[in-house]
Design a protein around this ligand. Structure first.
Ligand SMILES: Cc1cc2nc3c(=O)[nH]c(=O)nc-3n(C[C@H](O)[C@H](O)[C@H](O)COP(=O)(O)O)c2cc1C
Length: 182
């Protein structure tokens, strides 16, 4: 069974990026995958302290024990989905704090295996305005550094909650899940 870690980061529970995440989850589960989901906004983790004490004293991070369940899911997953809105040309801070904790996998010398990072979400500006560059650069370079695969699916002009329902996103999101899982 394929295992997926999904991290969302919208301040709006019923926002467009969470809807994309819901469609991905629905299709993945239909295809028999196991999805472990985390809401970066609710978790609101502290950032990395660069203490290099990762994976010591029974915790992945010596300062932020809230990263323990995320780390466990990430190490155990073949697919990592980061679903979010664009905030100031980048990812929401809570999401970036979680990503910064991936440093612990390097310090801990963890053998992570082959994975695919999926970047998905919505922005206010149109996608062709390059508004996603900040997010996609971070996640595609992370995938490259780890030797993982990378996929992205983004939609612009999505300020109104529910705007995503008037697009082809459901079809595209589910097709992406099928591509990764079938
Ligand atoms: C704090 C904040 C910063 C934002 N910055 C940008 C931005 O730099 N570029 C952009 O296109 N949209 C920006 N937006 C708009 C959101 O990206 C957009 O409305 C998105 O679709 C919201 O996703 P959600 O529906 O999942 O909450 C910003 C919104 C907020 C609240």
């Amino acid at each position: 069974m394929s295992k997926i870690t999904l991290i969302t980061a919208s301040a709006r529970k019923n926002g467009n990026s969470n809807q994309m995440a819901n469609w991905f989850t629905e299709e993945a589960k239909t295809l028999g995958a196991e999805v472990t989901a985390f809401d970066a906004v609710k978790l609101n983790l502290d950032g990395c302290h660069f203490c290099n004490a990762c994976f010591k004293n029974n915790h992945v991070c010596a300062f932020e024990y809230g990263f323990d369940p995320i780390a466990e899911a990430v190490m155990d997953s073949e697919i990592l989905v980061f679903a979010m809105p664009v905030y100031f040309f980048s990812m929401p801070g809570q999401m970036k704090n979680i990503l910064d904790h991936f440093y612990s996998f390097l310090v801990g010398g963890k053998s992570m295996g082959k994975k695919t990072i999926v970047a998905m979400g919505t922005s206010g500006q149109p996608v062709d305005s390059n508004v996603w560059e900040g997010v996609t650069a971070i996640l595609s370079k992370t995938a490259g550094m780890m030797g993982w695969d990378y996929e992205e699916l983004t939609y612009g002009v999505m300020n109104n909650p529910g705007a995503i329902l008037d697009t082809d996103a459901e079809e595209k999101v589910k097709a992406l899940a099928q591509k990764l899982l079938c």
